[in-house]
Structures are given as structure tokens and as C-alpha cells.
Design a protein around this ligand. Structure first.
Ligand SMILES: [Zn+2]
Length: 127
């Protein structure tokens, strides 16, 4: 896609970042962190798709030499939300999902019955 840039009075392709913003990002790399935080939250609430973000990330990577990528962000955020829900809801008393280590140990040592229950809870929580 092509965009007319009022600042440069030129046409930029969506693959390229306006030289003005390139300069600004080089001088203030902390802006990238803020942009990454913002877009992660926006993706979490499905305001933007990770496909859109990947185009943006490619442009940023080109000038900053970073390895940003947003593919799978939505699934990742969904997993985090499901995990948090298991922690505060289904397994709040046992603490099995209090942290990643507990969860791993719980899953590795679970009986068949416990595994079935977990899968049922996951399906319920996922919905
Ligand atoms: Zn421009």
C-alpha cells in the first residue's frame, strides 16, 4: 500500500517508514518499547490483527536491527488469560497454577482423572 506523507510531501510505501520517524526512532529507541507495549495490548483486545503488526514490525526491524514479531500474539495472550483464569478460579485453593513451575509439576504428575478434569476446565475456560 502507498501512503501520501504530508510531512515529506512524498509517497511512502507501507513497507517503508518515513525518514522523519526513522530519525526519531534512532534518537529515542525507548519509543519502540512503548510502541511494542501498546500494540501488544491492542492485539490482546483484538483492536488490531497480528498480521497488520507484522508489517509494522518488519519496517521497524529494518531500521533498528531488532527481531520484533507479532505472529501468534493473540494466541499467546489468550493462553496467558486462560492460565490466569485457572489460577484465580479452578485451582485457586491448590495453587497448582500459581506459577509456571507448579503448573508443569502438576501436569507431569497428574493422574488420568486429574488430566481429564483439567481438559474439561480448559475447554470451559477457553469458551
Ligand atoms: Zn514522510
Amino acid at each position: 500500500m502507498l501512503n501520501y506523507c504530508k510531512r515529506c510531501k512524498e509517497i511512502h510505501s507501507s513497507e517503508d517508514i518515513c525518514p522523519f520517524y526513522q530519525k526519531q526512532l534512532r534518537e529515542h529507541p525507548e519509543l519502540l518499547t512503548e510502541a511494542a507495549n501498546f500494540s501488544t495490548v491492542a492485539a490482546q483486545y483484538h483492536l488490531i490483527s497480528s498480521q497488520t503488526l507484522d508489517t509494522v514490525a518488519k519496517g521497524i526491524n529494518k531500521i533498528s536491527g531488532s527481531q520484533l514479531g507479532y505472529e501468534g500474539t493473540q494466541q499467546y495472550m489468550r493462553d496467558v488469560q486462560v492460565f490466569r483464569q485457572l489460577k484465580v478460579d479452578a485451582y485457586c485453593k491448590s495453587g497448582a497454577f500459581e506459577n509456571a513451575r507448579n503448573a508443569r509439576s502438576y501436569i507431569e504428575n497428574a493422574s488420568n482423572g486429574q488430566r481429564d478434569t483439567l481438559i474439561k476446565k480448559l475447554n470451559g475456560t477457553g469458551q
